[in-house]
Design a protein around this ligand. Structure first.
Ligand SMILES: CC(C)(COP(=O)(O)OP(=O)(O)OC[C@H]1O[C@@H](n2cnc3c(N)ncnc32)[C@H](O)[C@@H]1OP(=O)(O)O)[C@@H](O)C(=O)NCCC(=O)NCCS
Length: 141
């Protein structure tokens, strides 16, 4: 639930606070899949479509879309819920890349993903396309 300490002077959840929650939700999904410490390597574009107000509930759903060699893509979907009306609104989504590391901080191979449903297969396919784009951008810096 968004509390006053999480909000700006308009009573809206701070963007940075939401990014923090998304990072943690994604890290949990990545660590559950790998049973490893996973660090955030990159976050794709993040757009805030709707403000989340004090008193509203933030629902974060994270899924591992695809594992590559030592990295994996996690998608996080954020929904806000008004407890008085029960209305839920999708506020934003993002794709984060995590890398599994060993005790020395070196990348280690991660278990593969075997998509089962149509939805999982779509996410799996799309993750490969997004990976090409982000590695292209990484190379430009
Ligand atoms: C992420 C990190 C472990 C990668 O280490 P590295 O020595 O650059 O490793 P490599 O170049 O061998 O890449 C390892 C994997 O990470 C992926 N990767 C590295 N940088 C990436 C980026 N910016 N975006 C997406 N994937 C990236 C590579 O594609 C590779 O994936 P693959 O094995 O599945 O093909 C290292 O850069 C690091 O520790 N960064 C700091 C992480 C951190 O502290 N995050 C918290 C926020 S500051």
């Amino acid at each position: 639930m968004v509390l006053p300490n999480d909000a700006n002077r308009l009573g809206n959840l701070l963007g940075g606070r939401l990014m923090h929650m998304m990072d943690i939700a994604a890290a949990i999904a990545a660590s559950r899949h790998t049973n490893r410490v996973c660090v955030t390597a990159s976050v794709d574009e993040l757009h805030f479509h709707h403000p989340i107000r004090i008193g509203e509930v933030v629902i974060l759903q994270a899924s591992v879309n695809r594992a590559f060699h030592t990295s994996l893509e996690v998608g996080v979907r954020v929904t806000k819920e008004d407890l008085l009306t029960g209305k839920r609104t999708h506020t934003n989504s993002a794709y984060l890349t995590f890398v599994a590391i060993d005790e020395e901080g070196r990348p280690v191979p991660v278990p593969l993903i075997v998509p089962q449903t149509n939805e999982e297969r779509r996410r799996y396919r799309d993750a490969a396309r997004r990976r090409r784009q982000r590695l292209l951008h990484r190379g430009k810096r």
